[in-house]
Design a protein around this ligand. Structure first.
Ligand code: SF4
Length: 133
């Protein structure tokens, strides 16, 4: 009988073995690349963590706007005079109005001759009159 070196059995044995080795190597490579990607993602997510946001505090109210001790009648007078806590006209404000009552020593709020209660120096109303007249 003739010795056939390359018969079907040898061919299948050789190439199936080589194929399984290639498939195993491919699996190993894909596993290692997936695990490195997973590690990178874990590192980036931990380094990108934002510090917890602080609770937003309400804006500090200006004590000159506290009308708790002012009567409803006096508050109504303010409204009728169109008093605002921030002047719309930069050169016209309560602190340069002739009707302004400057604050007492160590007090931030002044007053007005037309109504009772605290008045901001940078406030304004329809009765503003320049201090030099
Ligand atoms: S009259 Fe008007 S502008 Fe003058 S001090 Fe009083 S509130 Fe201010």
């Amino acid at each position: 009988m003739k010795d056939i070196k390359y018969n079907r059995r040898n061919f299948l044995h050789k190439y199936l073995k080589a194929g399984s080795m290639l498939a195993g190597a491919g699996l190993l490579l894909s596993y290692s690349s997936l695990s490195s990607v997973a590690k990178q993602l874990a590192q980036s997510s931990s380094s990108n963590q934002q510090p917890p946001k602080k609770a937003v505090q309400p804006a500090q109210k200006n004590q000159c706007d506290n009308l708790s001790g002012v009567s409803a009648e006096e508050i109504e007078k303010r409204k009728k005079l169109a008093y605002v806590t921030k002047t719309p006209i930069p050169d016209s404000h309560c602190s340069n109005c002739t009707l302004y009552l400057p604050p007492a020593k160590d007090k931030p709020c002044g007053g007005c001759m037309l109504f009772k209660g605290p008045v901001r120096p940078d406030g304004y109303c329809a009765y503003w009159a320049p201090i030099n007249n």
